[in-house]
Design a binder for this molecule. Sequence first.
Ligand code: LMR
Ligand code: MN
Length: 427
Amino acid sequence: IEDDWPGEPSNEYWREELDKAEQELRQGDWRAASHRVSAEQLRGSGRARWLLARALDAEAEARRDNRLLTRAIAAYLDVLKMNERLADARLLEVADKTLERIRFRGNYLSAEPVYRLLIRRFPDVPHYYNNLTISFLMANRADLAELVLEETLQKWPNDRIALAHHGFVLKTQHKRYEEAVEAFLKALEGDEGPATEPRFYYHLGDSLLLLGRFTEAHEVHKRGAALGHFLSPAQRSLYNVDRLKSQPWWDIEKTPYNKLARALEKSWKDILKEGEKAKALYEKEKEGLKERGEWSQLDLFVRGQEIPNRCKTAPVTCSIVRSEVAASGCRRGQVKFSAMEAGTHVRPHVGPTNCRLRMHLGLSNTKDTYIRVDQETRQWEVGKTLLFDDSFEHEVWHNGTGTRLVLIVDVWHPALTAAERRTLPPI
Ligand code: LMR
Ligand code: MN
């Protein structure tokens, strides 16, 4: 391993060329720098490769061009091919930069070879193992994450970050809730350490709910709320705007959505017909929210956009929804028909965000059906609307007969500003 860049030219002229390119890059002249370091005579120079990558990177940034960024990342990876000849500090400098650009580009799988290098060089640092796990999870490759986790926990059985992610994989991939709870409890013990993140409290509490261990779940929810990870023990959405008024049930008349509600109620028979006529298009709920029964939905709008051509099957419904842009344009919600068969129980759960309120229009077979939001249970009525905040824990029972149909219309929380409605990332 060399102290400085490998392949530093022995000829003074070429060393000065590299110095000049470095200077040019500092001054923002990536064009000149890139030209200078591309000389044939600098082929074997690590420093030339590094400067070339940085020049491409600067150009990508200046032009806001993702294809150039991909080339810059490839160029950084090219520098890392020299890893065996790079000193620790140099390797870290190049690896950090490469990983930062890979994350920015959102191409998480290409981080793997970089982390493998770091793990090989620093086998006693769990951080690199854990970040590789996280990259795999970001790339939706829980299968690969799991292999890394097993290795990590073999070496460091008490590593809290690894334990928390293992809990997450056990719960979400394998439904092994007991083991997930064990892992989360160790990761979050004493409410301290690097794994005390909102999402791990959420998944610990949710695992306990799935196991029917309600008292323990409530304790976890109280802990999470006390730490500021949840808005309250009952309101556990993770994507929140903090100042918004929080209440489980809303009085529609006291919101700007009264006109929408009255219009939906007035046309409920047409809406019911449209919902029933489209039966073939419904899709089964697959988030694992129901404990028993059958539950299917037909999306009309998702994240503020119509499902292509869907409104042709429900023109009356859509035209009413479109009359309120806080509904049709609600990028943190949906508009959908929801059909629930008799005997269904939807277990306690929360929605992802406090930025929406959820309006329901009862359409059919509402007798002996119940919805609990936080502490208060209500019933649907055919032709009548309800409004609640689904970031609070809620639970549904259909103890009646026939298919209960409701139309669900999410609307922006009334206190969100126009700018927030425009710019909040969709969910
Ligand atoms: C929910 O939003 O979880 C339920 O209220 C949906 C439904 O169809 O009742
Ligand atoms: Mn729900």
